[in-house]
Design a protein around this ligand. Structure first.
Ligand code: ATP
Ligand code: MG
Length: 649
């Protein structure tokens, strides 16, 4: 018998070890922040492989792609290359992987396009316009999409949700439903799915096709899920089906950290797990290995008052160090100055910039700091929120061509591509599309000829570039080389276009160079496009930046910092009206409770030092000064848990 390579007793505490070596069947690990839930999952994977399980029969579901990569990497360090072949990623990734194989089963072509949020916004706007719902009181695409999204992720009807949401407004819920129906139809015609469709259709594969359900139930002998508290109804339903009654499903989570209910996450999934799986083994982890006791004291106190939760306190193992700081400052400028100065001071004490993070409730809270950091140039930094890298217009322009090659039915890509040319607007583009019969396969000579005839003379010259790429497409196996397509497209057309169009074209061209580098890790055009559409945040850009330079200060929203840890954490704008956000306070008791959990998530990211910054005033939109109170989350705490100080410029 092979000697086990991993010394589980040395690496894990007794509870963790019990969970890692739990017998087959359903397992729930419920535990507060920093107690080793993620670590337990990694060791469980290693344990299963060591026990002789075939990695390709293990499915590991995580919240971000990066988390999946990191976990696989850690598992590989434990058991070696044995883990390759394991299925790991986000729910969206896995749904996509299955749907590419079985698209036909839900009425799609396998080369369907995945719409990102910019695409969906455009498409919804188009549908509203077509229905002549352009009154200024009619909800904007983002609002409509949030209703559609909530309906999808909670398995409710759009009609019911719309009636509820627009009850006291002049909006007719019937109109909202009409847009929704038009939107659904358009997506079918385009052979395109949005993010919610991936999950819903992924679920349909299993609910409507017994053979598929059987097949994947058999394949996935073990299913493991991290951050289970943030799954929505569709996701938990999907996992339940796949695992089957009494299946080997291990989930870990913390109801204290459920922060996605606004997107339909349902923390009841975790609370009701023991009811759905009466045989489940349940493990509680209570020892926190991450933070010093002073930080945990504050964390325990700030969450204790929340309603409806598994009460649990976390026990520290680390030695005391210092209390968290509550820093009062004049305004946002002072806050930026303080953070920059303090980061430098900490660095001179031996911390790296990479050990520190600045967290905030909403992206715009970081604007002043961002500008100050850029101006000041003393502290290198990277931002993990904001406009998504792949949703910037120059990236979308260039990839429109790739998308059209991959899916000739992609009208949005077609529109986008054509509108780049001079004298070519949406109307002409639409006419061309119709003339081509709603399909534009550029690889076909006849299509290219017909299209060229419809183009205005001014566009012909640059269009040659596209024609040449298309003519070479099959001969040079360009479908395996997206970078080459981008390169040719830029050399022949887009570089000039960018210089004429964008003020900051240099930065944009750098982004495109980065994009080409990024494509090299994919074997085919389709693989690249899927991955690109699935990036749910700045992952790629942030990773690229961090790989280039690891010692950088990170700026991130709290939502995107989930599951991660840093030695030093700064939280900005811990004031009433900013955190909790005004909207959440006005909304409901539940909204406030979720805000408090978000604060808890922020606090528990810190290992050694924590700073809550409390600016006293802020300029309003009209330029007037508003005075701010410290956040109720700070006021609720016993005063001896933090060290108060005042920073003056
Ligand atoms: P979160 O709730 O924030 O996702 P978590 O419960 O997933 O946290 P981990 O990220 O797995 O916690 O662990 C937190 C830190 O504690 C990590 O640095 C991890 O390596 C360390 N850790 C966990 N368990 C142990 C242990 N038994 N011995 C030493 N270090 C540990
Ligand atoms: Mg974790």
């Amino acid at each position: 018998m092979a000697v086990p390579r991993i010394d589980f007793t040395a690496e894990l505490n007794a509870e963790q070890q019990a969970a890692v070596q739990a017998p087959d069947g359903p397992v729930l690990v419920i535990a507060a922040a920093g107690t080793g839930k993620t670590r337990t999952l990694v060791y469980r994977v290693a344990y299963l492989v060591e026990q002789g399980n075939d990695p390709s029969r293990i499915l590991l579901l995580t919240f971000t792609n990066r988390a999946a990569h990191e976990m696989l990497e850690r598992a590989r360090q434990l058991v070696g290359d044995g883990v390759s072949g394991l299925w790991g990623g986000t729910f969206h990734h896995m749904a996509n992987r299955l749907l590419r194989r079985h698209a036909g089963a839900v009425g799609y072509q396998p080369d369907y396009t995945i719409l990102d949020s910019d695409d969906t916004r455009r498409l919804v706007r188009l549908c509203s316009q077509e229905l002549k719902l352009t009154d200024k009181h009619f909800p904007k695409p983002d609002v409509l999409l949030s209703v559609f999204g909530l309906a999808a992720s909670t398995e409710q009807s759009v009609a019911a949700l719309a009636a509820d949401r627009f009850e006291h407004s002049r909006v007719d819920p019937g109109d909202v439903v009409a847009v929704y129906e038009a939107y659904e139809k358009r997506k079918q015609q385009l052979n395109a799915m949005d993010f919610d469709d991936l999950l819903l259709n992924g679920l349909r594969l299993l609910t409507e096709h017994d053979a598929l359900l059987e097949r994947y139930r058999e394949q996935f002998v073990h299913i493991l899920v991290d951050e289970y508290q943030d799954t929505n109804t569709v996701q938990s339903h999907w996992v339940d089906l796949l695992a089957g009654p009494g299946g080997n499903l291990l989930v870990v989570g913390d109801d204290f950290q459920s922060i996605y209910s606004w997107r339909g996450a349902n923390y009841r999934n975790i609370i009701t797990f023991p009811e759905r799986y009466p045989d489940a083994h349940v493990y509680y982890l209570v020892t926190n290995y991450r933070s010093v006791p002073e930080i945990l004291g504050m964390a325990n106190a700030c969450i204790a008052g929340n309603p409806l939760q598994f009460q649990k306190t976390i026990q520290p193992v680390r030695d005391p160090l210092e209390r968290p700081h509550c820093v009062s400052l004049d305004d946002g400028h002072a806050q930026a100055e303080f953070i920059i100065g303090e980061a430098q001071r900490l660095r001179s004490e031996g911390y790296a910039y990479g050990d520190m993070v600045v967290l905030y409730r909403a992206h715009y809270h970081a604007m002043e700091l961002q500008l100050a950091l850029a101006r000041d140039q003393r502290v290198p930094f990277v931002i993990t929120s904001g406009i998504r890298f792949f949703e910037q217009s120059h990236i979308k322009d260039v990839t429109a061509l790739l998308r059209l090659f991959a899916n000739p039915g992609d009208e949005l890509a077609f529109q986008r591509l054509l509108c780049l040319w001079p004298r070519l607007g949406a109307k002409t583009a639409q006419k061309c599309w119709q003339a081509l019969g709603g399909r534009c396969d550029l690889r076909k000579d006849a299509t290219r000829e017909r299209l060229a005839k419809g183009l205005p003379a001014a566009a012909r010259e640059g269009w040659n570039t596209v024609e040449m790429i298309a003519a070479d497409f099959d001969r040079h196996e360009l479908q395996k080389d997206p970078a080459e397509i981008i390169h040719r497209f830029m050399a022949g057309f887009y570089e000039d276009f960018a210089r004429e169009t964008f003020e900051n074209s240099d930065r944009r061209l750098e982004d495109l160079a980065e994009l080409m580098r990024y494509t090299h890790q994919f074997a085919t055009l389709d693989a690249f496009l899927s991955e690109m559409a699935l990036q749910t945040n700045l992952d790629a850009e942030a990773d690229a930046a961090v790989q280039r330079e690891t010692d950088v200060l990170r700026l991130s929203t709290i939502h995107q910092a989930k599951g991660l840890e840093w030695k030093v954490v700064f939280i900005c704008w811990v004031t009433e009206g900013m955190f909790p956000s005004l909207r959440s306070v006005n909304e409901s008791e539940e909204g406030l409770a979720e805000e408090r959990r978000l604060f808890y998530v922020a606090v528990t990211r810190a290992k050694d030092a924590l700073y809550c910054c409390v600016p006293r005033q802020r300029r309003g939109r009209d330029g007037s000064m508003q005075f701010l109170l410290p956040s109720q989350f700070l006021q609720e705490l016993p005063s001896d848990l933090m060290t108060a100080s005042r920073f003056r410029r």
